[in-house]
Design a protein around this ligand. Structure first.
Ligand code: AMP
Length: 279
């Protein structure tokens, strides 16, 4: 596995080290890799001749300085996980290799896709995400790019961005990977205390219970029940819990089209997100 830090190196590697016509599967990450990331890398390695992973903690997508400062950084371990997952090359850039001198994001407005859920609660976040993913796509020029359903709204926005920008990249959505007890794997989980980790289980448990109640409720009643239920759980501070149309991310009115429940909550000062398909 090759480690490179500059876009120009990738251009050279593609011509000299790899076959220039080989298919490239790409997984953008912010590092602190876990089994969720590994599942994306394994799939990219299986479906392409070359699998590239980037590790870059993107400053413009953090709307809180303390979250950026505390984001875990574990490069040595990340390289081992990436290699074991079948990754061919890892791009580990400095901020200016991607942004140049202007570390700024471009605003983004894809209607309900960008303006609901995380869009309401993390101002500027998706502008940062679409800006960096655009810059990373320019640098890596993959055939396929792999994103987890863990960040369900992000996946929908990247699909929209890729299509609007006319990029010839297949965006592949990958299943959300959970720990055995149901907790959605996240790089931020390492910041939870043992008690916090226990409290955090309320998120996935509530979502599971929502799946079981779909038959007996309508979306707005189920949403209200689940919100109240989660608010009562110890150590959990709910930010939002919404049932939305899986394509438009607008509030779901019934169960006829595919719907999804998405939640964001704070536990131990750590912001966690999770989601499940309902219908
Ligand atoms: P991150 O490093 O958090 O920016 O995530 C990089 C990619 O890994 C994104 O496409 C995430 O959706 C995906 N990812 C993170 N956690 C999980 C998980 N538990 N299951 C599946 N994909 C995940």
């Amino acid at each position: 596995m090759i480690l490179f830090t500059q876009k120009e190196e990738w251009e050279k590697l593609r011509e000299s080290h790899f076959d220039n016509t080989a298919s490239v599967g790409y997984v953008p990450t912010m590092g602190a890799l876990h089994k969720g990331h590994a599942s994306l890398l394994e799939r990219a390695a299986k479906e392409n001749e070359i699998c590239v992973c980037s590790i870059f903690v993107n400053p413009t997508q953090f709307n809180q300085a303390s979250d950026l400062d505390h984001y875990p950084r574990t490069l040595t371990q990340d390289l081992m996980i990436a290699e074991a997952a079948g990754c061919s090359a890892v791009y580990f850039p400095q901020v200016n290799d991607l942004y140049g001198e202007n570390v700024e994001s471009q605003p983004v407005d894809y209607g309900s896709l960008t303006n609901n859920l995380e869009g309401v609660n993390r101002p500027g976040h998706f502008a940062g995400v679409t800006t960096i993913v655009g810059l990373l796509f320019d640098a890596i020029r993959p055939d396929r790019a792999y994103f987890g359903e863990k960040d369900f709204q992000q996946l929908a926005i990247i699909r929209e961005m890729t299509s609007r920008q006319g990029r010839a990249i297949d965006i592949i959505g990958c299943d959300l990977i959970r720990d055995a007890d149901g907790l959605a794997l996240s790089s931020r989980n390492v910041r939870l205390s043992p008690q916090g980790r226990q409290n955090a289980l309320a998120l996935s448990q509530t979502l599971k219970e929502m799946q079981e109640r779909v038959q007996h409720s309508d979306p707005s009643l189920l949403e209200k029940w689940a919100g109240r239920h989660l608010e009562q759980q110890p150590g959990v501070e709910l930010e939002y819990l919404e049932i939305v149309d899986s394509k438009t991310l607008e509030s779901a009115k019934n169960w006829e089209l595919p719907t999804r429940a998405l939640v964001a909550a704070w536990v131990d000062g750590v912001r966690l997100i999770d989601n499940v398909a309902l219908s």
